[in-house]
Design a protein around this ligand. Sequence first.
Ligand code: KIV
Ligand code: ZN
Length: 509
Amino acid sequence: MKDKLIIFDTTLRDGEQSPGASMTKEEKVRIARQLEKMKVDVIEAGFPAASPGDFDAVSSVAQAVRESTVCGLARAIENDIRRAGEALKPARSGRIHTFIATSPIHMEKKLRMAPEMVLEQAVKAVKWAGEYTDNIEFSPEDAGRSDLDFLCRILEAVIKAGAKTLNIPDTVGYSMPEQYGALIRNLRERIPNSDKAIFSVHCHNDLGLAVANSLSAVMNGARQVECTINGLGERAGNAALEEIVMAVRTRQDYFHCDTGIDATQIVQASRLVSGITGFAVQPNKAIVGINAFAHESGIHQDGVLKSRETYEIMRAEDVGWSANKLVLGKHSGRNAFRTRLSELGIELSEEALNAAFARFKDLADKKHDIFDEDIQAIVSDEAFDSAEYYKLLFLKVCSETGETPSATVKILDGGIEREGHAEGSGPVDAAFRAIESIAKSESELQLYSVNNITSGTDAQGEVTVRLQKDGRIVNGQGADTDIVVASAKAYIGALNRLKAGLERLNPQL
Ligand code: KIV
Ligand code: ZN
């Protein structure tokens, strides 16, 4: 029997710390449901003490998820731990994850605490957590740059205090794979009560080594990996869940453990996270990039046709890639639409379902073939539109060789219809300026990206717009067969988020 490798997903916590990736409560619940469907063992849902919104989101995820353990993060501070304990009350299985920094630079410069005080605080934190649950995880933050002797002492003490999982973060992504593997091995060998806890790893990708470091730790006895969908996360991100899971699964000859993940849900999870956060997946990204299974060279194609294994170490369908399936058409009814949504793991309120169905009918009038990806885009439009202050009513753009492009828009502005007109360097620029002439948000455009959702010139374009104002960063998304309309929708979606204050300034206090 192989050991179980526990998959701890932190897309909703560390992933959300990517600038611009903040999620609403509803979005977090949708992602959590998909993670549960994928059989993720532990879902870190947020940082309850960070804000009332995050508390509420963790609590909602705890209520919605039944099969996976739901975890809340807390600094080693009494109030943080009590907030996490309260937020997790609805969970069928809850975990409190508490952390305090242990590297000399963090203790001296950030915490301004002597190592003995840090040790004492860590033990207290684990004991406070023990008032709520037996399922306690402790992280010595910046372990990758901490002193080994001190790590051994603090970890031995927190195990005695009741910690069941010891997570060893490479917080700044500084470690090298061999070194990090040796750290895990040394800790396991040197801590007298190490057999009473599961060793976990949490690697950041600053040097592109998060997955390599995590796997090296697994080879040295770590039995939990903390990771995120698409490798989302603070700065350069965390280890990508899909890469960890598929490396271990594909190389069963090498690893002494396996995960319980349903890998066929991976692509769906990747799309959902990318759609909600607006973080596009690079085409050559392992496992979930659009080109991950595409063979372009003639030699490769010939080989694959003769025998798949010549160039393929995994099968695309095993991670959830399917040939673009024609799922619905112009004549499909509301029930068929609802059924397909539920097959895709999407649940909508009656009101949102009606609105999404109306969009589907509009799209079916313009586009002959409707694919799963189109449906997902319709629904993410719906989710983004949930806080509508501005609504696009009308858009006209004039673009002609030799002439300056111009745009006219009509927008519902808090219930009042207003019209704006502007010129720009291109039709999209003109449309944004026309919208801005009404909204006067004075925000800064940080990102504008267009992806085609399916292939063909009749495909919908999916646009992501990221705006920044006074340190707050928001995303908006829009999809349409007309990319200028999709762009205007995305811009308005982002303005709505700015208006509604849906984003937090800084999720990690
Ligand atoms: O990177 C890190 O150290 C963290 C901890 C809170 C586990 O995210
Ligand atoms: Zn982290």
